[in-house]
Design a protein around this ligand. Structure first.
Ligand SMILES: *Cc1c(COP(=O)(O)O)cnc(C)c1O
Length: 335
């Protein structure tokens, strides 16, 4: 079975398993795990932030960020198809008691400075005011689109004009950086905090990093604890994360394979393919997505439904060129 459901299905390499076994560990709730501390310092270094915090998942990273930036009752501006709004169980409302106000991005998920100004609400006797803008890169629901540092900066500057902080959900930030051949820090410089996942294309078994200023991370630490994310000898899971972070240049291979997959599927009658910008391939089918995926599964390839007639296939490091060619053949048989 060729599993193209997500880049989260990758299995840890032997190197990662060895690193987990051999890791120096301590109690991270006391800040005494040397491997976690090393990972946090390195992630901050790559992103150009003062500090970072190891969290169990990207979802927790986003939720901790929202809780840290906002006050109860405020509004949070987010793109209508963004992960933090759509795919985190309404966590903004549950954990931060804030009210999301959505902005409809363009077909790549980009929101403009004008839209940020329009969405902004000033605090008054009747309105709680806007407490945060969230951005997403790559934009998952739009098919892994790689949004430029300039587009990120433009939206962020608009928020900053109103003294509203900006959080970047960069679960796949390194995919964007690799696709546009720009340093990751350029995407982070305009924002106040950022999350990225070690556990997606970078291949770690678990974990994400939340990064920002020293003062922000200090407060985020308390909120991680509040949400149950304080971990003890976490170096065991941080050690594979160090390997994952070092793996980021490999993502261009996933992107090349996504293109190969898209080109193959585009030649099949009855399917429309969105040209991939990173490692996500969205395919539109005449058949209902679920039925199409069932047929694909019979032929040996897995994807996930994304909309009534749209499915997602994702390339990752457990998929090689031969797998991609076999996947195209399987999809053709399924059709
Ligand atoms: C996967 C993802 C997350 C959440 O990460 P988890 O580690 O699965 O909780 C957040 N945002 C985006 C855009 C994602 O793709």
């Amino acid at each position: 079975m060729i599993d193209l459901r997500s880049d989260t299905v990758t299995l840890p390499s032997d190197e990662m398993r060895d690193a987990a076994r051999d890791a120096d560990v301590g109690d991270d709730v006391y800040g005494e795990d040397p491997t976690v501390n090393d990972l946090e310092a390195r992630a901050a270094g790559v992103l150009g932030t003062e500090d970072s915090l190891f969290v169990p998942s990207g979802t927790m990273g986003n939720q901790v960020a929202a809780r840290t930036h906002t006050e109860r009752g405020q509004e949070v501006l987010c793109e209508r198809e963004s992960h933090v709004y759509r795919w985190e169980l309404g966590g903004l409302v549950q954990h931060s008691e804030v009210q999301p106000r959505t902005i409809l991005g363009d077909d790549r998920g980009v929101i403009t400075p004008e839209q940020v100004h329009d969405g902004y609400v000033a605090e008054s006797g009747h309105e709680a005011g806007t407490g945060l803008l969230t951005l997403e890169n790559t934009h998952n629901s739009k098919g892994g689109t790689a949004i430029s540092p300039e587009d990120i900066a433009a939206a962020a500057e608009a928020a900053h004009e109103h003294d509203v902080p900006v959080h970047l959900d960069g679960a796949r930030l390194f995919n964007a950086a690799a696709a546009l051949d720009r340093p990751p820090a350029e995407f982070v410089e305009p924002v106040d905090s950022v999350v990225f996942c070690l556990s997606k294309g970078l291949g770690a078994p678990v974990g994400s990093m939340l990064a920002g200023s020293e003062e922000f991370i200090e407060r985020a630490h308390r909120n991680r604890k509040l949400l149950g994310g304080g971990m003890r000898q976490a170096g065991i899971i941080a050690a594979p994360g160090l390997h994952a972070l070092a793996n980021r240049d490999r993502l261009t291979e996933d992107h090349r394979r996504a293109e190969r997959l898209a080109e193959g599927i585009a030649r099949i009658d009855g399917l429309t393919v969105q040209s991939p910008e990173t490692n996500i391939v969205l395919v539109e089918t005449d058949e209902p997505a679920e039925r199409f995926l069932e047929a694909c599964k019979q032929e040996g390839v897995l994807g996930v439904p994304f909309d009534d007639h749209v499915v997602r296939f994702c390339t990752h490091w457990d998929v090689d060129d031969a797998d991609v060619d076999e996947a195209v053949a399987a999809v053709e048989r399924a059709v």
